[in-house]
Design a protein around this ligand. Structure first.
Ligand SMILES: [Cu+2]
Length: 159
């Protein structure tokens, strides 16, 4: 039972030899590290731009986004709640000052605003992903948990 026969061992050795030969060809065929420098160009071809959004840090009622400006098109917001409270991300197309946004119950009145997308109910320590298609314009990213948006906001530009 389970006797290793020489033919099997020989096939294995041949396979290893072929693999090694392929690896050598791959290494000699070109510097694969060059692919990394080509990535930004590929992004223009349709891949979504990624924006990192941090909620609840460096202090609880703060919202940070990087980059703050992206090209129009598909945008993926990777949202992390680094705070101790429930937070959320709402993407609003508006060139108003945050203080001038229509408000209700200590929150922005989203029914009166142009909301491009949101990622709600993000628990402390949790993350969420929001994918939206954004046209050029000025946006406000904010957390609309009652009492939060006046300090948890940032301006975001789509060019
Ligand atoms: Cu919040």
């Amino acid at each position: 039972m389970f006797r290793k026969t020489r033919p099997t061992a020989r096939v294995g050795a041949l396979a290893l030899g072929a693999f090694a030969a392929l690896a050598l060809v791959a290494c000699g065929g070109g510097d694969s590290n060059n692919d990394a420098t080509a990535a930004p160009t590929q992004a223009a071809g349709g891949d979504a731009t990624t924006v990192q959004v941090t909620l609840g840090a460096p202090s609880e009622l703060e919202l940070e986004a990087a980059p703050a400006s992206v090209p129009a098109g598909a945008v993926t917001f990777e949202v992390e709640n680094a705070g101790a409270l429930l937070h959320e991300l709402v993407v609003i197309k508006s060139d108003q000052a945050v203080a001038d946004l229509p408000a209700a119950n200590a929150a922005a009145d989203l029914s009166a605003l142009d909301v491009a997308g949101d990622a709600t109910d993000i628990q402390p320590g949790a993350s969420d992903t929001l994918k939206v298609d954004l046209e050029a314009g000025t946006y406000i990213l904010l957390c609309n948990i009652p009492g939060h948006y006046m300090s948890m906001n940032t301006t975001f530009t789509v060019e």
